[in-house]
Design a protein around this ligand. Structure first.
Ligand SMILES: NC(=O)C1=CN([C@@H]2O[C@H](COP(=O)(O)OP(=O)(O)OC[C@H]3O[C@@H](n4cnc5c(N)ncnc54)[C@H](OP(=O)(O)O)[C@@H]3O)[C@@H](O)[C@H]2O)C=CC1
Ligand SMILES: N[C@@H](CCC(=O)N[C@@H](CSC=O)C(=O)NCC(=O)O)C(=O)O
Ligand SMILES: [Zn+2]
Ligand SMILES: [Zn+2]
Length: 379
């Protein structure tokens, strides 16, 4: 291919500073170095975490940056030492890598590979440099993925090959929100058959938690949101009951404890708000209730509760990417989608062009979208 070993000039949506609209720019994407892969991005969705970092609330947020971490594409070229993917493979970039060598990868207790975590947080490739420039200025990478670009470069531990039969405009969602919610229920909380569950925040992540609770055989799945428009949509994902905190004058934990004979077996916070994290913990049943934090809170925010809540048997947990060991699990989740065990189409509320990327952020902030999928390049 004519581009192998050469820089590629292409379009990317650049975040020049916090709270600024993204600007579609012509950028240069350098060829992949050792153990790196250059990908033609075909589709990307927008996750709330992209908006969180753009808002300036992410302690690791760096600018100028190419955001985006829920994408799918095709391998354009590979650097030396890459063995697991080849040119032409259909792939999903992974913001939680899996090197299979570090202490974390070797442990069955976590999915949080640490091999490249430091450089990833610094917005650069594992060797400390960026592959992106715009008008001679270096751009930072984001979450090891940077999918808001026609071409991106990722580490070989941050990518997985998937079944070519899978539609790339749907399986891009397996880069973040859906596996996170689904795995929060199945892997992190380990929801039990017949149990009662409640989920705060009915965006893509919260809806995927609902689907995971249903898959685990929960008997009651309560959706909690201040946007009642989400309730009708949520029925498709297994939710059985709905509560809008705006309809009550007392704390929501009191309402839920009354409604559920003492509290829930499992609760999930999928908003990123420390007040709702506390409410989710305190809505758990005494003696055994487990609350899982999924939402990402802004810089400087801290959670609190009376220690008595834990002394009396409630457990507070958290999850990143739903606990999935990424390279092992994402191809299997693609297969679950192809065999109709896992929903994906139902999460896509809007299909937009790359030029409409700022509209995707607007639709998220106004509560109109679940997931907007942007077409970046034709397959
Ligand atoms: N731990 C992890 O690995 C991951 C974490 N995340 C985090 O998960 C969270 C959810 O992401 P995503 O689903 O994309 O976000 P969305 O913005 O799509 O969904 C959030 C939902 O919560 C609702 N909401 C907002 N405030 C409240 C409130 N006080 N009480 C009840 N509901 C409320 C919103 O309502 P409205 O419609 O009005 O906005 C919206 O429906 C984010 O914090 C994100 O950063 C995401 C992916 C992975
Ligand atoms: N950079 C933030 C933390 C952001 C964060 O918690 N990210 C989640 C994924 S959110 C996806 O949409 C995560 O997996 N974190 C694990 C990790 O290692 O980053 C901060 O500095 O607080
Ligand atoms: Zn995300
Ligand atoms: Zn590792």
């Amino acid at each position: 291919m004519a581009t192998i070993g050469k820089p590629i000039e292409c379009k990317a949506a650049v975040a020049w500073g916090p709270n600024e609209h993204l600007k579609i720019e012509t950028i240069q994407v350098a060829p992949p170095e050792d153990h790196e892969v250059r990908i033609k991005i075909c589709y990307t969705a927008v996750c709330h975490t992209d908006a969180y970092t753009l808002s300036g609330q992410d302690p690791e947020g760096l600018f100028p940056v190419v955001l985006g971490h829920e994408g799918s594409g095709i391998v354009e070229s590979i650097g030396k030492g890459v063995t697991d993917v080849a040119i032409g493979d259909h792939v999903i970039p992974l913001y939680v890598p899996q090197c299979r060598e570090c202490k974390f990868c070797k442990s069955s207790k976590t999915n949080l590979c640490q091999k490249i975590r430091v450089s990833q947080g610094q917005g650069v490739m594992p060797n400390g440099t960026s592959r992106f420039t715009c008008n001679g200025k270096k751009l930072f990478h984001f979450m090891g993925c940077s999918t808001f670009s026609e071409y991106t470069v990722v580490a070989d531990v941050s990518i997985t090959k998937i079944n070519k039969e899978a539609p790339l405009n749907k399986v891009c969602l397996l880069g973040c929100g859906v596996p996170t919610g689904y795995g929060a229920a199945l892997n992190t909380a380990k929801v039990e058959k017949g149990s009662t569950c409640a989920v705060w925040g009915l965006g893509a992540v919260g809806l995927a938690v609902g689907w995971g609770c249903k898959a685990a055989g929960a008997s009651k799945i309560i959706g909690i949101d201040i946007n009642a428009k989400k309730f009708e949509i949520a029925k498709k994902f297994g939710f059985t009951d709905f509560v809008n905190p705006k309809d009550y004058e007392k704390p929501i934990q009191e309402v839920l404890i009354e409604l559920t004979d003492g509290g829930l077996d499992f609760t999930f916070e999928c908003i990123g708000n420390v007040a709702t994290m506390r409410a989710a913990l305190e809505s758990c049943h005494k003696g055994w209730g487990v609350s899982t934090i999924v939402g990402v809170a802004g810089a400087g925010q801290e959670i609190s509760t009376r220690p008595f809540q834990l002394v009396t048997g409630r457990t507070w947990k958290g999850t990143a990417f739903g606990g999935w060991k990424s390279r092992d699990s994402v191809p299997k989740l693609v297969d679950e989608y192809l065999t109709k065990k896992l929903l994906l189409d139902e999460f896509v509320s809007h299909n937009l062009s790359f030029n409409e990327i700022n509209d995707a952020f607007h639709l998220m902030h106004t509560g109109e979208s679940i997931r907007s999928v942007l077409t970046i390049s034709e397959v």
